[in-house]
Structures are given as structure tokens and as C-alpha cells.
Write a protein that binds this ligand. Structure first.
Ligand SMILES: Nc1ncnc2c1ncn2[C@@H]1O[C@H](COP(=O)(O)OP(=O)(O)OP(=O)(O)O)[C@@H](O)[C@H]1O
Ligand SMILES: [Mg+2]
Length: 256
């Protein structure tokens, strides 16, 4: 693999359980269809579920990588990643959450930047807390997308989060409205949502993407967007991910 100048991305949200992990993997699937090499880093350190969602057995996690950086034994990210398929690798969260606190924010920029030299895209899975690790990632990634559902509390919380980001001078974010998480919640129209947030809805996932048999995909370790029929059956969602992937690939590099 030659040296790449990849892009880094994360979803973030004001509330847990809004579909960040599920759709980070869908985005990985779309990037695979664009023949991009993708690394998914699981930074939901205490509840990491990427390896389980993809049925990936692994020996090494981001904890081993950090340990080796600390001891000056680190050589190459590929010693810690696990292959999902020809295009997608993962860097899992530790199996034992008790070691998660040792994965400190000071290592994260270095890991992301090294990964960008090997992959076209580095996708980072975060939880929704605004802690030091997440803030470090959010300040460093090339592109952020807030995921929000049609839920009054989620929308109000995102409005506050957007104003915090503006104060922190973090501007490289877009907003994705996820109607597939709770398809029966539709309190507000897109017009209302834009007004509540005082921000555009840049991408929308439709209720078509709500899958009653989502657990079957998890049991089999399959990414929904890699289903051969995804682009025809869920055409508007395919288009939303394609637009997001194109925006991400064309985004400016934070480090330049
Ligand atoms: N399109 C969908 N259809 C059916 N179930 C879904 C869909 N999207 C997400 N879910 C389910 O909703 C739950 C939350 O999704 P997910 O884990 O992706 O959210 P999250 O934002 O990553 O949560 P957390 O903040 O805890 O990391 C999961 O059980 C997931 O399987
Ligand atoms: Mg998650």
C-alpha cells in the first residue's frame, strides 16, 4: 500500500441510540462500492460494537496499539487491524472495557493521522458524550455529520450542541435527519426542524431504511448498504449516502 492522503469522518449526536454506528457501517459499505479503502475505528471504548456487528474475531484492539505507542514498540497500524472484506478493515475497541480509560486523548490524533496515510477514508465511531476523547476527535477530523431524529428532546439538544460547536470554532459539520430509527415519530416537518435547529438538513434517511429484521443483519455480520438490492429498493437512502460520501471525499484536510 502506498502513502495515501485519506479523509477522516465521524457521526456525532446529542443523544444516544440515534443510529450513528449502524449508519457509519452503511457509509463504509457505500465507500466500498466506490472502491475506497476504509478503516473503521471503534472509539466507543466502553461499549464498542463494531467487531460484533460485523462478526469479526480479533486479537488486537486499539488498546494494544496505544500500549505499543506508549512503550515505543509501535511499527504499523496494520499490526492491530482486522479485515472485514477486501475494502474494509476495523480497529476494534478493547474487549475488556476496564482498560478503556488508558486510551487517552493525546494518542488519538496520531492514530487518525497515521491511518489516513494508509486508507482513503477513516471512519470513527463515537458515543454521544462531549468528553475529552470525543472533543479531540471532533476537533481533528476532516468532516463531521450530526445525526438527529424527529424527536423533540433530540432536536432541542442538537440545537445547543450546534451552538457549542460554533463557539468552539468547529465549522466542518453537516446535519443528517434519520427517519429510519423511529419511523413512527414524525412530530415535525423538515421546515420546522430547520427552524428549531437554525440549520439546514443536509442529508435525510427515510423510513424505508427502517428494518424490522435488523437483528438478522447483526447476527450474520452483514452491512445493509452492501446488499445487492440496496440501491434499487432504498434508492433515496442510497442517494443520501452517496451524497455524503462524495462530500466527505471532497472535504478539505484539517491538517493542511
Ligand atoms: N434502520 C434501522 N432499522 C432498525 N433498527 C435500527 C435502524 N437503525 C438503528 N437501529 C437500531 O437502533 C439501535 C441504536 O442504533 P445504533 O447503535 O446505530 O445507534 P448509536 O447512535 O450508535 O447508539 P449509541 O449512542 O449507543 O452508540 C440499535 O439497536 C440498532 O440496531
Ligand atoms: Mg454507537
Amino acid at each position: 500500500m502506498g502513502i495515501k492522503e485519506g479523509k477522516s469522518f465521524c457521526f456525532f449526536s446529542a443523544k444516544g441510540g440515534v443510529g450513528k454506528t449502524t449508519n457509519l457501517l452503511n457509509l463504509a459499505g457505500i465507500l466500498e462500492q466506490l472502491e475506497k479503502k476504509v478503516l473503521v475505528i471503534d472509539l466507543d471504548l466502553y461499549n464498542g460494537s463494531i467487531a460484533n456487528a460485523l462478526n469479526c474475531d480479533f486479537d488486537k484492539s486499539i488498546y494494544n496499539l496505544v500500549e505499543d505507542l506508549f512503550n515505543n514498540r509501535f511499527k504499523n497500524i496494520s499490526n492491530y487491524t482486522t479485515k472485514y472484506d477486501e475494502f474494509i478493515d476495523i480497529l476494534p475497541a478493547p474487549k475488556d472495557p476496564r482498560v478503556a480509560s488508558q486510551i487517552e486523548s493525546k494518542y488519538l490524533n496520531d492514530i487518525i493521522n497515521r491511518a489516513k496515510n494508509l486508507y482513503d477514508v477513516v471512519l470513527i465511531d463515537l458515543n454521544h458524550s462531549l468528553d475529552e476523547n470525543n472533543l479531540t476527535v471532533l476537533s481533528n477530523v476532516d468532516f463531521i455529520t450530526f445525526m438527529v431524529t424527529n424527536d423533540p428532546l433530540d432536536l432541542k439538544n442538537l440545537k445547543s450542541l450546534i451552538s457549542i460547536f460554533k463557539k468552539l470554532d468547529i465549522k466542518n459539520f453537516k446535519v443528517m435527519l434519520n427517519n429510519s430509527r423511529d419511523p413512527f415519530k414524525d412530530y415535525y416537518s423538515p421546515y420546522d426542524i430547520r427552524h428549531i435547529l437554525n440549520h439546514n438538513i443536509d442529508y435525510s434517511l427515510s423510513t424505508d431504511l427502517f428494518l424490522q429484521d435488523m437483528e438478522v443483519y447483526n447476527i450474520k455480520g452483514i452491512i445493509v448498504s452492501l446488499d445487492r438490492q440496496f440501491s434499487s429498493i432504498m434508492a433515496s437512502d442510497y442517494q443520501a449516502f452517496l451524497t455524503l460520501a462524495t462530500d466527505l471525499l471532497g472535504s478539505g484536510d484539517k491538517n493542511e
